[in-house]
Design a protein around this ligand. Structure first.
Ligand code: NOJ
Ligand code: MG
Length: 556
């Protein structure tokens, strides 16, 4: 079988490979929809918007950020009870209702699994820190001061400063790769591993379709606590709100320790066993920071993740050559049978409209939804939202990430339809006029809105096999400001043409075709003529269906 025939035969959209063809929509639960009007989004709010997601928009899966009981120091990534829902989001019954209502509409539900740390308020940690001989002492990472005093190693946390916190009660230091309110657990301890696998089992039994696994590259550390080498002349990355201290050292001893693959194998085995028993593939998605591709791909496979979030485009300059290189690098790095992924925004980074400017959003929509791989769409990006500017003194997240987490504008008045219950607390973040102007309600009535572009693209992903599973091949367009590529199966060949520049540009294709979709505003009268050269407007793009599958590419 040629590679291309393999792709065609893999086109089993509903079966074990559903996660390859699904478009995943990331919901930030605090900010999506607030059913009881206490100012914070919740599970019943999400349930009320499932028709929008499944039908109006047309995505296939939702990923809900952490819903578990938590003091919310890191807005849910600090879990104090892994098997309960935080009251601010609702109850376990509400969660069951979400699963049932989503599944009824054919939507898969992915939830967060946070294996690297818990909240300092977790009962496991309370017991662990109580004495050096506590039964759960070994569930976390404790160490003595370095000879001569001070922290046990030079490791720095993701959020800056030492990764170690001294604990007076027992005179030892505990490890926290993130905030000091998030102590790292110890995956070398068999009881801890068993408890964490129990957490996965609990949510699998409630019907979740997969897990987005937080900070997966961090769960094993060097047991010898060797110092990390210092990184000379590191340049801070301005788009990287999440890691103010990321570049100060090479994290070779506290992240990416080879032993973590043993732990991932255990996680995957559990998912495989559950999938086999229920006949539904349950997936593991790795949240793995951008890093050399060799390390990133080492997480993939039958003993690893189904796919990893690829944050490459979040850090790549918004230029055709750089983006093309990013796609080709991922395509080249993936081992046989592995599957690509693309992310353009999430809850940790500035939104794409803020990073790349509002003129980038139409091209971004086309890129995200026409590349080969599972797209992850961040709530609100389908409206072209930029970050909500919040002055530093009002940040609720110490890193200012709340600017990319503003409440979803459903309507154009008041609180943007975020609240729908009887109480009337103000939303947890302010609502801006710009957000109200870009609301779902107003964009649905404008034919050329960004939302309607997303809807058209999502519909095409469902109807055109080449968009879901066709092979990718970059085109040399001889126009610097343009990026072009083909998506091909044996039966269908589509070309994507994107113009990042201001000037309209004419580009040629290897064969003749017809426009299937244009991102122009106002949308050009659909141009069905068969042609080989196409005018691509500035900051716009075209999706063209080629008349014939270009023969010389067939067996590439
Ligand atoms: C990655 C999450 O996306 C981020 O929001 C969180 O702060 C850290 N992991 C720690 O859990
Ligand atoms: Mg609420």
């Amino acid at each position: 079988m040629t590679a291309r025939e393999q792709w065609d035969s893999d086109a089993d959209d509903a079966g074990a490979l559903w996660w390859r063809w699904a478009v995943i929509y990331q919901i930030y639960p605090r900010s999506f929809a607030d059913s009881d009007s206490d100012g914070v989004g919740d599970l019943r709010g999400i349930i009320g918007k499932l028709d929008y997601l499944a039908d109006t928009l047309g995505v296939d899966a939702i990923w809900c950020g952490p819903l578990y009981r938590s003091p919310q120091v890191d807005f849910g990534y600090d879990i104090s009870d892994h098997t309960d829902i935080d009251p601010v989001f609702g109850t376990l019954e509400d969660f069951d209702a979400l699963i049932a209502a989503a599944h009824q509409r054919g939507l898969k539900v992915i939830v967060d699994f946070v294996p690297n740390h818990t909240s300092a308020e977790h009962p496991w940690f309370a017991e662990s820190r109580s004495s050096r001989t506590a039964a759960k002492r070994d569930w976390y990472v404790w160490a003595d001061s370095a000879p001569g005093g001070g922290p046990p190693s030079n490791w720095t946390s993701e959020q800056g400063g030492s990764t170690w916190e001294f604990d007076e009660t027992t005179g030892q230091w505990y490890l926290h790769s993130f905030n000091r309110a998030q102590p790292d657990v110890n995956w070398r301890c068999p009881q801890l591993r068993k408890a964490m696998l129990g957490v996965l089992r609990f949510w699998l039994d409630r019907g979740v379709d997969g897990f987005r696994i937080d900070a997966l590259h961090m769960i094993a550390k060097d047991p010898g606590l060797t110092d990390n080498p210092v990184r000379e002349n590191a340049e801070p990355n301005p788009t990287d709100r999440q890691h103010p201290d990321f570049d100060s050292q090479w994290h070779v001893h506290d992240r990416m320790h080879p032993d973590l693959h043993d732990h991932i194998r255990e996680i995957r085995a559990l998912l495989a066993e559950h999938s086999a028993r229920t006949g539904q593939e349950r997936i593991a998605i790795g949240e793995i920071e951008a890093m050399p591709w060799e390390s990133w791909v080492s997480f993939l496979g039958d003993g690893g993740t189904h796919f990893n979030f690829n944050f490459n485009f979040v850090e790549t300059p918004w230029e055709p050559a750089a983006l093309r290189a990013g796609v080709e690098e991922q395509e080249a790095a993936l081992p046989a049978g592995a599957w690509p992924n693309y992310v353009l925004s999430n809850h940790d980074r500035p939104r794409l409209a803020t990073r790349n400017g509002s003129r980038s959003v139409r091209i971004a929509a086309m890129l995200l939804l026409t590349l080969r791989g599972t797209p992850t769409l961040y709530y609100g990006d389908e409206l072209g939202l930029a970050d909500l500017p919040i002055p530093e003194e009002k940040w609720l997240d110490p890193l200012g990430r709340d600017q990319a987490r503003a409440t979803m504008p459903w309507t154009s008045r008041g609180n943007g339809g975020f609240d729908s219950g009887p109480a009337d607390a103000a939303p947890w973040l302010p609502v801006s006029d710009e957000y109200l102007r870009l609301s779902v309600q107003s964009q649905l009535t404008e034919p050329d809105s960004v939302l309607n572009l997303y809807r058209r693209l999502l519909a095409l992903r469902r109807s055109e096999p080449a968009l879901r599973h066709g092979a990718f091949r970059a085109l040399d367009l001889r126009a610097e400001q343009c990026m072009g590529y083909l998506r091909s199966t044996r039966r269908q060949e589509l070309a994507v043409l994107l113009n990042f520049g201001d000037a309209d540009t004419t580009v040629g294709l290897p064969g003749r075709g017809r426009v299937l979709l244009s991102a122009d505003v106002p949308s050009a009268v659909a141009e069905h003529a068969l042609r080989q050269r196409f005018l691509v407007r500035g900051h716009s793009g075209l999706l063209v269906e080629l008349d014939d599958v270009v023969p010389r590419q067939r067996d590439a």
